[in-house]
Design a protein around this ligand. Structure first.
Ligand code: UDP
Length: 236
């Protein structure tokens, strides 16, 4: 199959149908704007599983996503959408760059959830964008920003419960949207690569912070998340 693009953790291929693409999950992990890189054997298989289960759950809960179905260990069929170059971050507890930027201690509950936007640009290092910058750059208009924020909060409410039911705290996560026929569609992936997930009792990280901080077994943690999902929600 012909490749459309290769990202840090995924490749996208064309399929026979021009409206459908194949999303392939790689084993590579990157952090600190590509400065740290490592391969974790089978990470791609675990993330394909986790993300497919989460997107299936969101589809079933009336969120429009680009996910169609998982087709093998590492790949899923997705609808082709025009990706909006924004990373939408939703935060329920303080962590990561929010703490370093504001000086607030990690682990404080945020209510209502904070929504932030970053410009999806490796060249610029994914800088933070205010809502007016998004309008100025013509990435979205005012009405669209409001719509994206509403969708992000709906997804957050669904996912907080989804993870709470498997004894995991959804600390924060990053999502991306595409547009198809003037409608916003959730795209990309939702996995421990793009979320902060803490075990409810030990508060230990079950996500990419293990790689960022080099303080544990990343694959074991990702597998743990995947197994909890399969046990509770049935495997795809
Ligand atoms: N995140 C992501 N991709 C990015 C930046 C952030 O998936 O390019 C996720 C990250 O895993 C975390 C959330 O978004 O779950 C918030 O990340 P933060 O802004 O704290 O940045 P970081 O600490 O990763 O620099």
């Amino acid at each position: 199959m012909k490749i459309l693009l290769e990202g840090k953790a995924k490749k996208i291929f064309y399929s026979k149908d021009k409206e459908i693409l194949i999303q392939h999950f790689k084993d590579d992990a990157t952090a600190f704007n590509n400065k740290r890189k490592k391969k974790f054997v089978n990470k791609g298989i675990i993330n394909n599983d986790i993300s497919a289960n989460i997107f299936k759950f969101l589809n079933e809960n009336k969120i429009n996503t680009n996910f169609i179905k998982k087709i093998n260990d590492r790949e899923q069929l997705i609808r082709k959408v025009n990706i909006i170059p924004l990373e939408v971050v939703i935060r329920n507890y303080t962590a990561g760059s929010l703490c370093s930027r504001t000086g607030v201690k990690q682990g404080k509950k945020i209510l209502p959830a904070l929504i932030e936007f970053y410009f999806k640009s490796d060249k610029l290092g994914d800088p933070f964008l205010g809502e007016q910058h998004i309008e100025y750059l013509n990435l979205c208009n005012r009405k669209e920003i409001i719509e994206i924020k509403k969708l992000a909060l709906e997804i957050n409410t669904l996912l907080i419960k989804y993870f709470k039911d498997i004894k995991i705290i959804l600390v924060d996560f990053k999502i991306e949207f595409g547009k198809l026929k003037n409608k916003f569609i959730l795209a990309d992936e939702i996995s421990p690569d793009s979320c902060r997930l803490w075990d409810i009792s030990s508060k230990k990280s079950l996500d990419k912070d293990i790689f960022r901080k080099n303080n544990g077994n990343l694959l074991e943690a990702y597998k743990n998340v995947s197994e909890r999902i399969k046990k509770k929600y049935n495997e795809i």
